[in-house]
Design a protein around this ligand. Structure first.
Ligand code: DQA
Length: 145
């Protein structure tokens, strides 16, 4: 089973970007840890990062044909993008939304997500563990566990 992992805007800077909020793991570290969990569970991942909303939409449309679900950290598009929500709903694959930080405890504008209501699940506040837990949850859902 294959899962597409999507990292939204500014996540390319992980490790250097506000480490007190987002931790010191780089994006490569996160992808490597996800790959290990996927392998442990007999699955595989492909990963994609973009700072551009349209590129994320194009990727979702194109990847949907070859993956069973999506794990996505939409970054700031979480709080702004109806188009991202529509794209994920449109391809009819389960997705899990993850955030490194506890978005509920930060600025007010981060409390609303356009995606949460249509996600299979949401994990936030555990740093890189949010991604790993989210992947386990998504694979469990797809396996009917
Ligand atoms: C984030 C939280 C968002 O509010 C923020 O814009 C990000 C990162 C997180 O992983 O905690 O870019 O998605």
């Amino acid at each position: 089973m294959k899962i597409a992992v999507i990292h939204g805007p500014n996540l390319r800077l992980l490790g250097a970007r506000e480490p007190e909020v987002y931790g010191t793991d780089t994006l490569d570290d996160v992808n490597r840890k996800l790959g290990a969990v996927a392998q442990e569970l007999g699955a595989e991942i492909e990963t994609f990062q973009s700072n551009h909303e349209g590129e994320l939409l194009d990727y979702i449309e194109e990847a949907a044909a070859r993956v069973s679900g999506f794990l996505i950290n939409p970054g700031a598009f979480t709080h702004t993008s109806i188009a991202l929500r529509d794209a994920l709903v449109g391809v009819d694959r389960p997705f899990v939304e993850v955030h490194l930080s506890n978005t509920a405890g930060r600025e007010r504008f981060r409390r609303h997500s356009y995606l949460s209501g249509v996600a299979a699940g949401v994990v936030y506040g555990f740093g890189v563990q949010s991604y790993l837990l989210g992947l386990r949850g998504l694979l469990g859902r797809l396996d009917g566990r």
